[in-house]
Design a protein around this ligand. Structure first.
Ligand SMILES: O=C(O)CCC(=O)C(=O)O
Ligand SMILES: [Fe+2]
Length: 277
C-alpha cells in the first residue's frame, strides 16, 4: 500500500490496495494516515453496499444521517444523488458533515457508483493548515471561544432548498437544538489544533454581539477557503474518498447539469470535541 500526499495542507492518494481485503496492520496504517492527511482517496474499488459498510466499520460505528434518503435496503447508507433533470446538488457549499450534532461524526466515506463524463469534482479544505496560518493573537482569541452550530436552516421545514431537494433530503422533524463546540478543537488522534467552524452550519459565536460574531465568522469562512488550503478531487467510477470531519471542509461542485451523479455515503460516528490546549 502506497500513501502519497497531494498537497501541504491536506489529502493523500492511497494506491495498491483493495479495501475489501485489509488486514489489521493495513487498517491501523489507514487510521493514522486518515488522521494525518484529513482525506484519503482510493481509485477503482469494486464495492457492494455490504462491503462498503464492512470497510467503514473498521473505523467505528455508523452514524446514520437523519436527513438523507437512504439507499434501498441499506438504512445505514445515505444516497448522494443528482439526476440529469435536477438542478440542486447535495453538499454544494463549504461545510463539514454533522457539526450540528453534540458528538459530530468522525468522518464520511463516499463511494462513487456513477460519475458524469466531466465535472462533479469535490473540493476539500484543511482546517489544520487554516488554523496554523492565523496570527498568534487571533489564535489565542479563538482558543477561548465556542461557536453555535445548527441544522435547522439547512434541513428544517423552512430550509431554503427544501423543495429543490425533496425526495433526497427530508425528515425536517429530526432537527434538534443547536449545539456549541470550541472554535479551536484538538484533533482526537493527533492533538493538532483545528479551526472548527464551517460556513454551512456555524451560525454565531457564543458571548459575542451579533455584529462581532458576524464579522469574525465572515473572516474565518473567507480564510478557511483560501486556495492554499484546498485540494480538488476528480472522481471516477469506483473512487472512494474518506474525509475527517473534524479537520476538513468539503464542497461538491454542481457543474454537470444534464448528467447523473450517484454516490453512497457512510458516516462514521465520533466523540464530543475538546478544545485545543
Ligand atoms: O457529492 C459529493 O462530492 C459530496 C457530497 C457531500 O457533501 C457529502 O456526501 O457529505
Ligand atoms: Fe457533506
Amino acid at each position: 500500500m502506497d500513501i502519497t500526499p497531494v498537497s501541504n495542507a491536506l489529502g493523500a492518494n492511497v494506491s495498491g490496495v483493495d479495501v475489501r481485503d485489509l488486514n489489521d496492520t493495513d487498517s491501523a496504517t489507514l487510521v493514522d494516515a486518515w488522521a494525518q492527511h484529513g482525506v484519503l482517496f482510493f481509485r477503482d474499488q469494486d464495492l457492494t453496499p455490504d462491503e462498503h459498510l464492512a470497510f467503514a466499520r473498521r473505523f467505528g460505528g455508523v452514524d446514520v444521517n437523519r436527513f438523507f434518503t437512504p439507499v434501498d435496503g441499506h438504512p445505514e447508507i445515505a444516497q448522494v444523488l443528482k439526476e440529469p433533470d435536477q438542478e440542486h446538488n447535495i453538499g454544494g457549499g463549504w461545510h463539514t458533515d454533522h457539526s450540528y450534532d453534540p458528538a459530530p461524526a468522525r468522518g464520511s466515506i463516499l463511494y462513487a457508483r456513477e460519475i458524469p463524463p466531466i465535472g462533479g469534482d469535490t473540493l476539500f479544505a484543511g482546517m489544520g493548515a487554516a488554523y496554523d496560518a492565523l496570527s498568534k493573537p487571533i489564535q489565542e482569541l479563538l482558543r477561548g471561544l465556542r461557536a453555535v452550530h445548527s441544522s435547522a436552516h439547512v434541513f428544517g421545514a423552512q430550509a431554503k432548498h427544501a423543495e429543490a431537494t425533496a425526495g433526497r433530503i427530508g425528515n425536517p422533524d429530526a432537527v434538534r437544538g443547536d449545539v456549541t463546540h470550541p472554535i479551536v478543537v484538538a484533533h482526537p488522534h493527533t492533538e493538532r489544533p483545528l479551526l472548527y467552524v464551517n460556513p454551512a452550519f456555524t451560525t454565531s459565536i457564543d458571548g459575542l454581539t451579533v455584529a462581532e460574531s458576524r464579522a469574525l465568522l465572515t473572516f474565518l469562512f473567507e480564510h478557511g477557503r483560501r486556495p492554499e488550503f484546498q485540494i480538488r478531487f476528480q472522481w471516477g467510477q469506483g473512487s472512494l474518498a474518506m474525509w475527517d470531519n473534524r479537520s476538513t471542509w468539503h464542497f461538491a461542485l454542481n457543474d454537470y447539469h444534464g448528467h447523473r451523479r450517484h454516490l453512497h455515503r457512510i458516516t462514521v460516528a465520533g466523540d464530543e470535541l475538546a478544545g485545543a490546549a
